[in-house]
Ligand binder design. Structure first.
Ligand code: ATP
Length: 212
């Protein structure tokens, strides 16, 4: 039986309920065997000075604890330089059977930025793409993606067949939460309770993260 693996990459700075709820809903809707959250390394100049990659990873691990549908994959942080999604997919594919299905989850904003990604036109050789709508995002796809969408999108995500190659949009509970908003609230000394799991909030408080 072909396995069905979902992956959601992100900086997770910090991980929040929109990442988690979106991931869980997709995992359930598409009956995935596993959905992996993959924290990305970031170039040093973009890293908020007080939050290390290890701390972002620790928060993602705490967030998924006790949720069997969600897992954490730390392969991008085990490399000594930031990985391209293409490389991550190739590395993951090396561990799977040829007919296993891989679903790359991208929020609408991330999807719109796709044409700037390394080898973006080859990503679909390794996976299907599932686009999650984001309530705070523009609705027009950029010009560069129109041909790809016309050629590769299917209306029903349940209709994605084979190991990869197609694009579908998935509905999930709209949650206009962003890590940027959470960092801002924390910098202002305001509460972020219920925007992320309590275990993640406790970690942030214990380590004094994101203080202005
Ligand atoms: P930041 O505010 O720091 O840019 P973020 O909240 O967008 O962070 P990321 O770690 O950059 O979080 O996002 C990882 C993935 O999750 C991306 O594909 C992004 O589009 C998606 N995502 C993040 N927030 C939401 C949301 N509220 N709804 C749907 N998708 C989301």
């Amino acid at each position: 039986m072909a396995r069905r693996i979902g992956i959601l990459g992100g900086t997770f700075d910090p991980v929040h309920i929109a990442h988690l709820r979106g991931a869980l809903e997709v995992a359930e809707q598409l009956a995935l065997d596993e959905l992996r959250l993959i924290p990305s390394a970031r170039p040093p100049h973009r890293e908020a000075p007080q939050v290390s990659a290890e701390q972002r990873l620790a928060m993602v691990r705490l967030a998924v604890e006790g949720e069997p549908r969600l897992a954490v994959d730390d392969r991008e942080l085990r490399r000594d330089k930031p990985s391209f999604t293409y490389d991550t997919l190739e590395s993951l594919r090396g561990e799977l059977a040829a007919d296993d299905q891989v679903f790359l989850l991208l929020g609408w904003d991330a999807f719109c930025g796709l044409p700037t990604w390394h080898r973006w036109q080859e990503l679909l050789q390794h996976c299907h793409i599932l686009v999650l709508q984001r309530p705070d995002a523009d609705s027009e796809a950029p010009e560069a993606l129109r041909d790809l969408l016309a050629a590769r999108s299917v209306n029903d995500p349940q209709g994605l067949v084979g190991p990869g190659g197609q694009i579908a949009f998935v509905w999930q509970t709209p949650l206009a939460v962003s890590a940027t908003q959470i960092r801002q609230l924390l910098a202002e000394g305001r509460s972020v309770r219920f925007l992320l799991p309590d275990a993640v909030l406790a970690y942030i408080q214990t380590h004094g993260l994101y203080r202005g």
